[in-house]
Design a protein around this ligand. Sequence first.
Ligand SMILES: Nc1ncnc2c1ncn2[C@@H]1O[C@H](COP(=O)(O)OP(=O)(O)O)[C@@H](O)[C@H]1O
Ligand SMILES: [Mg+2]
Length: 313
Amino acid sequence: MPTAVIAAENLVKAYKVKGKPDFVAVDGLSFDVAPGESFGLLGPNGAGKSTTMKMIGAVSTRTSGGLSILGLDPDQYGPEIRSRLGVVPQQDNLDGELNARENLYIYGRYFGLSSKACHEKADELLAFAALEDKAKSKVDALSGGMKRRLTIARGLINDPRILLLDEPTTGLDPQARHVLWDRLFRLKERGTTLVLTTHYMDEAEQLCDRLVVVDKGRIMAEGTPASLIREHSSREVLEVRFGSDRNQQVAGNLEGIGDRVEVLPDRVLIYTDSGERALERVVAGGLEPITSLVRRSSLEDVFLRLTGRSLIE
Ligand SMILES: Nc1ncnc2c1ncn2[C@@H]1O[C@H](COP(=O)(O)OP(=O)(O)O)[C@@H](O)[C@H]1O
Ligand SMILES: [Mg+2]
């Protein structure tokens, strides 16, 4: 295995909180990211994803543990690391008063590129982000998806080997998300190492070669999307709805159908190898669900299994 471009060993971040004990937001994370890999941190709000990304990006210091980025310790080599990373923060921090092209140009200058190189790079990246016709538009006038693509373009201005993306598509509509995913696939194909956080299981399944499932600052599981599903869930899931007041009541009669039954407020999930066969058994047992749906297991099921909660509350 090639040398890891990111290595975290028992990484801890405790925030000082006035008048209270320190708050441990990241509680001993250990993981490696290989060159060219697309690596994800999947977890709900508050899991410690942004805190971890800020430590990787060398903009927040760790409390304890080991951290190496491109072979360098961020405590000693912050500027070197920052100059070699691309960063897409959770909150867009583009300059709304400037147009799209100016945002790229100025960022390039900030990285010390020559004026000529900045002009060339700006045009190349506007094309990559499919924003050529928005080059002269003020950032404030762009849609959420366009702003996100521009932030990614900006993060690429220094030809980084690693691009950090904190919740790249949160808040975007489905179409805008797909356009963005397409751009990230292209980066992946070119060999850029991607590290992304998300609380969307479909995003993690689409984009990540490998991921860690995090909750409350700890790693709950690690693997490829397929291996996590294989390990922690069944092949299929039967979702049945009996009405909000009956789901809980009926659940007892469903035990034994499938490997496991999970009752959510709005539906009951039956984990099984064959959803269709499970449904036959439900109906044969005299229960008539209002709706039923058979689907493949997803990372959402893995998260539910590991934590007893949904990814999105
Ligand atoms: N500067 C801070 N001071 C104190 N607590 C913080 C600070 N930043 C984040 N937290 C807390 O740390 C936890 C993890 O936050 P964060 O890393 O932003 O999670 P995520 O990105 O997974 O939603 C949350 O409970 C959050 O409230
Ligand atoms: Mg966050």
